[in-house]
Ligand binder design. Structure first.
Ligand code: DX5
Ligand code: ZN
Length: 217
């Protein structure tokens, strides 16, 4: 199975979103990564439900919604209705993570958990069989275009072991600062899904860039 590519539309041209989504539809994109920031959990505001709905009207690929918000439980159903196929909540924003994961699944979505750089993958051991996707943040969430944190490789390797030890089918996604230089090492460490924002959208030929990432062994 080849690595999955999830371009983050945070780095796309918001004034030409339809064109950007059509470009992704025509590419080897696996998931469209949708970054929701509330200005409370993270020090930035991106966009919310109406924009997600508008993206979904044109998208032919599943929406991978990354909620960087406090009280995510309050918005799960709304994001499902806006078109989310995968909903990832932050470990740091959930007091009752197990309950939140069940609520996401009851809506018919895949359930994801995102971890900030300081949060250990060991904390997911007891719920790993309930998680469809773990999003390991390789930057501090809030902004695109940041530098990749090298400790991520060790986290990916350890999480892969935990998944194996528990016989789980959880996918490992990496989010932040992904580019052609670190992608092969992330893949070798056990990454299943690579999010890429600025590396894709700031390139001169995003379709080719997605293809190049996708072809990583
Ligand atoms: C960061 C977001 C990322 C971001 C990735 O808070 O969760 O998805 O858009 O952008 P790049 O690839 O530019 O680091
Ligand atoms: Zn993200």
């Amino acid at each position: 199975m080849s690595v999955k590519i999830a371009p983050s539309i945070l780095a796309s041209d918001f004034a030409n979103l339809q064109k950007e989504i059509e470009m992704l539809n025509a590419s080897e994109t696996d998931y469209i990564h949708v970054d929701i920031m509330d200005g409370v959990f993270v020090p930035n505001i991106s966009f919310g439900l109406p924009v997600t709905e508008a993206v979904n009207r044109h998208a032919k690929k599943p929406l991978d919604v990354h909620l960087m918000i406090v009280n995510p439980d309050q918005y799960l159903e709304a994001f499902k209705n806006a078109g989310a196929a995968i909903i990832s909540v932050h470990y740091e924003a959930c007091t009752h993570l197990h309950r939140t994961l069940q609520a996401i699944k009851q809506l018919g979505c895949k359930a994801g958990v995102a971890l900030n750089p300081h949060t250990s993958v060991e904390l997911l051991k007891d719920v790993i069989n309930d998680i469809d996707l773990v999003c390991i943040m390789s930057v501090n969430p809030g902004f695109g275009g940041q530098k990749f944190i090298d400790n991520t490789y060790a986290k990916v390797k350890r999480l892969k072991e935990i998944i194996f030890e528990h016989g789980a089918t959880t996918e490992i996604e990496i989010d932040g600062g992904v580019n052609k230089d670190n992608a092969p090492m992330l893949r070798a460490a056990g990454a299943d899904v690579l999010v890429a924002g600025s590396f894709v959208f700031n390139s001169s030929d995003p379709i080719q860039t997605i293809k190049a990432l996708k072809s990583i062994e």
